[in-house]
Design a protein around this ligand. Structure first.
Ligand SMILES: Cc1cc2nc3c(=O)[nH]c(=O)nc-3n(C[C@H](O)[C@H](O)[C@H](O)COP(=O)(O)OP(=O)(O)OC[C@H]3O[C@@H](n4cnc5c(N)ncnc54)[C@H](O)[C@@H]3O)c2cc1C
Length: 301
């Protein structure tokens, strides 16, 4: 580990190499124990160099954006987490937007609005980075990332920079090619269309008002806890199984939206996981439906 830190210090500033860093400070659920090493590279070059150094060891490596779809367990993460949040550069060429993975969807949607580009409105209220959104094929209302991605640039498992056209991104419901390999997403090209400033703005405001009204945004969470099972709505199944408002420790099924497990303030990851397991068992027993989590669980108990 000391040898690794020494090599990393040669390619990035020491304040961006954090040891035993509590992951509850880096996830929207606000839970999670410490990661051995958290890397926060500031440039593409730092990302590429740090990645190459890490991959030369047998220490496990996980890549993250804004942590808004992650549940980190209380025992934390053994190994390295590399966060791509600092890479935020954006360039615009006509209707094409080329962006680094760390820009938030909100900031990107605001840039698109100023450029009178339409297509990203659906994403403006999703609290993740572009990199996380492409990996998850995030979607809401009338849109999904797969509809606007033209191509992505990745650093592959051998350290090579590759451009992957949208046809090879293998986008599905909250899935993409990114989940299959240990690639790092370093750039994204989006195809938007020229539109009307006020129409774009009104659409964004409408979607965000609907979120405010329907979702428990006042509490930490990772968004929809469960994937939508075919033919059902996860939130309705959870509610109809009697779990609305149900608590385990500091974790609760939101009273406002049963599809969200929230952290009422002092939840542990163990509380959240126990609540998720209880809901899954209850829904299976009552309706025979298996609820799979959309939230990604990492780390150790
Ligand atoms: C209140 C709330 C509302 C939400 N609403 C929605 C919604 O409407 N629709 C929706 O789809 N989701 C929603 N989410 C979930 C979440 O915001 C999205 O999945 C988001 O796209 C995740 O982005 P992130 O940067 O936080 O990724 P993270 O949670 O950090 O990571 C998610 C995945 O992406 C991978 N990843 C991230 N960056 C990179 C990279 N550069 N290279 C390779 N892999 C990478 C990670 O390894 C992980 O597998 C919501 C979450 C919250 C808290």
């Amino acid at each position: 580990m000391e040898e690794l830190i020494k090599k990393l210090n040669a390619v990035m500033a020491s304040e961006n190499i954090r040891r035993n860093e509590p992951m509850k400070n880096y996830t929207s659920f606000k839970v999670g124990g410490p990661v051995d090493i958290l890397l926060m590279p500031q440039t593409k070059q730092e990302v590429a160099e740090a990645l190459s150094i890490c991959r030369d060891t047998d220490i496990s490596l996980y890549i993250m954006g804004n942590g808004s779809n992650l549940l980190v367990q209380d025992g934390g993460v053994r190994g390295i987490i590399l966060q791509t949040k600092a890479l935020k550069h954006v360039e615009i060429d006509g209707e094409t937007l080329m962006a680094e993975p760390g820009i938030t969807l909100k900031d990107l949607a605001d840039i698109a609005l100023e450029e009178k580009l339409t297509g990203l409105e659906f994403a403006s209220g999703i609290p993740g980075t572009l990199g996380g959104a492409v990996t998850m094929n995030a979607g809401a209302y009338d849109g999904e990332m797969k509809n606007i991605v033209a191509s992505i640039e990745v650093i592959d498992e051998n350290g090579n920079l590759k451009t992957i056209p949208v046809e090879a991104c293998d986008f599905g419901y909250r899935t993409s090619v990114m989940q299959k390999y240990g690639w790092l997403l370093i750039g994204i090209n989006l195809n938007l269309r020229k539109g009307d400033y006020n129409e774009i703005k009104n659409k964004m405001m409408d979607f965000n008002a609907r979120r405010q009204e329907k979702q428990p945004l006042e509490y930490p969470s990772a968004g929809s806890t469960f994937r939508r099972p075919e033919g059902y709505y996860a939130g309705k199944l959870v509610q109809d199984a009697g779990f609305r408002g149900y608590c385990i420790g500091g974790a609760q099924v939101s009273e406002k939206h049963s599809g969200f497990v929230i952290n009422k303030g002092d939840a542990t990851a163990a509380d959240i996981l126990e609540l998720i397991a209880t809901i899954q068992a209850g829904v299976k027993e009552k309706f025979g439906v298996e609820l799979a989590t959309e939230v990604i669980v990492i780390g150790e108990p």
